[in-house]
Design a protein around this ligand. Structure first.
Ligand SMILES: [Zn+2]
Length: 146
C-alpha cells in the first residue's frame, strides 16, 4: 500500500522532518556558538579519543562567534567548553588550547555535564585551580602539558 496514510509515506515524512530538524539544529548551533573549525593534529587527543571509545560523537571545535563566543571573548579565555562544543577564541590558536578544552570534554563524560558545570563555574573564582591538584582546571592542564 502506498499513499498518504501508508507506513512508507509516514516514514518518508518522518525522515524529511528529521533531516530538516537536523539542519535547523546545526544552524542554531552555528548562530549560538560559531562555525566549526578543524583541530590541529594532536596525538594526545587521538589516543584519548580511542581510550574513551569516542568515535563520531567527539567534541566539535568552533570559532568564538555568536553569544557564547562573545562570552568567551569577554572573559578573555583562549577557549571554553560548552558540552561537546568547544569554543576556540583565535583562529590559529595553538594546539595547547585545543588539548586543554578537549580535556574538559572528557571530564564532562566522566563526571556528568551537570556536576562538571557546577565545579568548573566554582573553579573560575579560584586562581590556583590551574596549579593545584584535584581541580578540573589542573586536570585539563595536565592533559595539555603531558
Ligand atoms: Zn579550563
Amino acid at each position: 500500500m502506498r499513499g498518504k496514510g501508508s507506513f512508507e509515506a509516514g516514514f518518508k515524512r518522518g525522515a524529511i522532518r528529521g533531516a530538516a530538524f537536523g539542519a535547523i539544529a546545526a544552524g542554531v548551533q552555528i548562530v549560538l556558538l560559531g562555525p566549526a573549525v578543524r583541530a590541529p593534529y594532536s596525538e594526545d587527543i587521538e589516543m584519548a579519543n580511542r581510550a574513551y571509545g569516542i568515535g563520531s560523537y567527539g567534541p566539535v571545535y568552533r570559532r568564538a562567534w555568536g553569544p557564547l563566543g562573545i562570552v568567551t571573548r569577554v572573559f578573555w579565555r583562549p577557549g571554553a567548553a560548552f558540552g561537546r562544543n568547544i569554543i576556540i577564541k583565535a583562529t590559529g590558536e595553538a594546539r595547547d588550547v585545543f588539548e586543554h578544552e578537549t580535556a574538559h570534554y572528557y571530564q564532562q563524560l566522566l563526571l556528568s555535564p551537570t556536576t562538571w558545570t557546577a565545579r568548573i563555574i566554582t573553579e573560575q573564582f579560584i586562581p590556583s585551580a590551574y596549579t593545584t591538584p584535584g581541580y578540573l582546571e589542573w586536570g585539563a592542564e595536565m592533559f595539555r602539558i603531558y
